[in-house]
Design a protein around this ligand. Structure first.
Ligand SMILES: [Zn+2]
Length: 379
């Protein structure tokens, strides 16, 4: 009965109607009813009453390459950890996992020696660049030489993190734009070596907007306040620099991460893909953008079926299942897995098989050198 004390007598509600509620809900219901009047957005988790087809997919229809995964300690993984990982990959039909956090030099070699040797063909390492000392004499030459060496050791791509464009500074303390000419030799080398650059720049545009009740990422900014961005440099500025690098280096293939943060504006993303034939993109952490606009997203993925790759970012098998369901089924109004990304429900895109195959693996086979095509032959 202690719950009764938490009940706020409704000012506009009369005694008789409160009695009615008690009768209707029973005594135990009063407290929760009262709490419900005060509950926060985070607490609201309505259970859908909609009765429609539910498809449970735990395995992709075709073998796939996850082009966006992070295994910082790849070089130190135990036999048991690698065995578990490969078992989970097999269960999901993930043929190849691309580790974007391979590092460079000795750390990269350790990742290759550990992961790639344990299960040949199943893992791919992308090299990273160390921006410490950027702008000092010899930095560009040193970095180009290191990358060349890393590719010689087996790196199959270059991953650029979002620190470039937001946090990396030159010796004068100025922010280094992604299209800084001092980086041009690096992008050119990737073209020469035939390796793709998976490049993540910026963040979702709402991180630049006021953290108010109109902001679609209000919850994420509440849970992760450090993600709030100052107004300058603007999202448009940072992303313009990113697209400009792709524009300046037509001989290099760029995989613009996270749908270039344009999952909410596929028309604009399509215009960029039309303009920049060396631009590709991937689905890491932006699935909910597609699932909320199934008709537009389906048309987009059919039109740009040669330019989009499967990527996930955070590794969690149950979350991949939501990717499979969204891409493969025509289910309606089902749950996403991270409320701070999306408080809305998803709808399946029901993609044609030939489009699924391209997104799941055929595009990766074309773009990432050295993949083992026989892993995809059987389906
Ligand atoms: Zn990532």
């Amino acid at each position: 009965m202690g719950e009764m004390q938490t009940m706020r007598p409704g000012r506009s509600r009369g005694w008789a109607s409160r009695v009615g509620l008690v009768l209707l809900l029973g005594i135990g219901g009063v407290g929760s009813e009262a709490r419900a009047q005060e509950m926060s957005f985070e607490d609201y988790e309505p259970r859908s009453t909609l009765v429609v087809k539910q498809t449970r997919l735990t395995r992709a229809k075709y073998p796939f390459v996850d082009v966006h995964s992070h295994w910082w300690q790849a070089g130190e993984m135990s036999e048991a950890e690698l065995a578990d990982l490969v078992r989970e990959m097999d269960a999901m039909n993930m043929a190849v996992l691309v580790n974007l956090s391979g590092g460079s030099g000795e750390r990269l070699k350790a990742a290759i020696d550990r992961m790639n040797a344990y299960a040949p063909g199943r893992f791919v390492q992308f090299a990273n660049i160390d921006f410490d000392g950027f702008g000092e004499p010899g930095w560009t030459e040193r970095t180009v030489a290191q990358l060349r060496e890393d590719v010689g050791h087996g790196a199959q791509g270059l991953k650029i993190f979002k620190n470039l464009g937001m946090y990396v500074t030159d010796p004068d303390g100025h922010r280094v734009p992604t299209d800084d000419p001092r980086l041009d030799p690096i992008w050119a080398l990737c073209g020469e070596l035939g390796i793709p650059v998976l490049i993540h720049t910026g963040d979702p545009a709402p991180f630049w907007e006021p953290h108010d009740r109109f902001n679609e990422r209000w919850l994420e900014l509440k849970e992760r306040p450090r993600r709030k961005r100052p107004p300058e440099p603007s999202w448009e500025q940072i992303m313009a620099e990113h697209w400009n690098v792709i524009r300046k280096h037509p001989g290099t293939r760029f995989i613009s991460a996270h749908l270039s943060w344009l999952g909410n504006d596929l028309g604009r993303l399509g215009a960029l893909l039309d303009e920049l034939p060396n631009m590709y993109t991937e689905l890491g952490a932006v699935l909910a953008e597609l699932g909320r606009q199934p008709r537009t997203a389906r048309a987009f993925l059919i039109r740009y079926q040669d330019r989009v790759l499967m990527g996930k970012d955070a590794y969690e098998p149950s979350e991949y299942h939501v990717y499979f369901r969204t891409l493969e089924t025509d289910d309606e109004y089902f749950d996403y897995y991270r409320k701070r990304h999306a408080f809305w429900k998803l709808y399946g895109l029901d993609l044609p098989d030939e489009v699924l195959r391209k997104i799941y693996y055929e595009n990766a086979l074309r773009i990432i050198p050295g993949l083992d095509a026989s892993l995809f032959g059987g389906s």
